[in-house]
Design a protein around this ligand. Structure first.
Ligand code: AMP
Length: 284
């Protein structure tokens, strides 16, 4: 695996592959790679000839300077892990390479950005959409892989790709969890042991919601009540617990067909998010 720092190097490295009709799979990340990221890379590896992974802690998507400063940066071990999972090229640009002097453009996606993470983190999705748009234009993959873990980000990226006719397919990969249920996140390493335990409120809330739906209790009040009870039991105050449409992220009154339960909470110093797709065939 080669590590590349500049956009010109990436374009040059992939020119031959593109000319020869070799397919390109792309996994954008912010590094501190864990099993969740590696699952995306392995998924890409199974489907493509060339696998590109990017590591870029994108400053424009952080609304909290403390979170940006504390974000883990461990490129050497990341490079080893990415290569082990099947990456061929690692693109790890500097902020100056991505945002040179004079940079003045923003991709703003409407719709799913107005609520939940968009409301809690002003400017976050503009930063995400802009950097993902740039990375897709730099790499030019056939398929880009995103985690279901960041369901709203996935919806925003899908919206942008459709609206701007970007010639790429977006594939979602299911959330990878620790055995006790906690969704893997680069931020988990910052949880103190007691907070690591309290953080289980998020995944327990999702399981409780799933059980409610399985029992036929599909009204939003029932699903949200079951989920909120888990936060109360753990003594964690959620930022939000919402039942939404998985594409538009508009609130829905019941699980009728496909819905998504999305949760967020600050546990200790760390803000965590999680979500669960829910399905019911009962009509209401
Ligand atoms: P990040 O480095 O946090 O920006 O994440 C890079 C990609 O990995 C995003 O598409 C995330 O949704 C995905 N990802 C992060 N955590 C997980 C997880 N636990 N399971 C599956 N995908 C994940």
């Amino acid at each position: 695996m080669r590590t590349l720092r500049t956009i010109a190097e990436v374009r040059a490295a992939l020119k031959g592959a593109r000319r020869d009709g070799r397919s390109i799979g792309f996994v954008p990340t912010m590094g501190a790679l864990h099993e969740g990221h590696l699952q995306l890379i392995r998924e890409a590896r199974q489907q493509h000839d060339e696998i590109v992974v990017s590591i870029f802690v994108n400053p424009t998507q952080f609304d909290d300077p403390g979170d940006l400063a504390a974000y883990p940066r461990v490129e050497a071990s990341d490079a080893e892990a990415a290569a082990g999972a099947g990456a061929d090229l690692l693109f790890a640009p500097s902020a100056a390479e991505m945002y040179p002097d004079g940079f003045a453009s923003t991709v703003h996606v409407g719709g799913p950005t107005d609520v939940l993470e968009g409301a809690s983190r002003p400017g976050h999705f503009d930063g995400v959409a802009t950097v993902v748009c740039k990375l897709l234009n730099i790499v030019g993959p056939d398929i880009a892989y995103f985690g279901q873990k960041d369901a709203q980000q996935l919806a925003v990226v899908r919206r942008m790709v459709a609206d701007l006719n970007l010639p790429v397919e977006i594939e979602a990969v299911p959330t990878v969890r620790d055995p006790d249920g906690l969704a893997l996140s680069s931020r988990n390493a910052r949880l103190a042991p007691a907070d690591r335990q309290r953080a289980l409120a998020l995944s327990r809330a999702l399981r409780a919601a799933e059980c409610a739906v399985a029992d036929g209790r599909v009204e939003a009040g029932d699903v949200l009540g079951a989920a909120r009870a888990e936060f109360t039991a753990a003594g964690v105050e959620p930022d939000y617990v919402e039942l939404v449409d998985p594409t538009t992220f508009a609130s829905v009154p019941a699980v009728n067909g496909n819905a998504l339960l999305a949760v967020a909470a600050r546990v200790g110093d760390v803000r965590l998010i999680d979500n669960q797709p829910l399905t019911s065939t009962r009509s209401h």
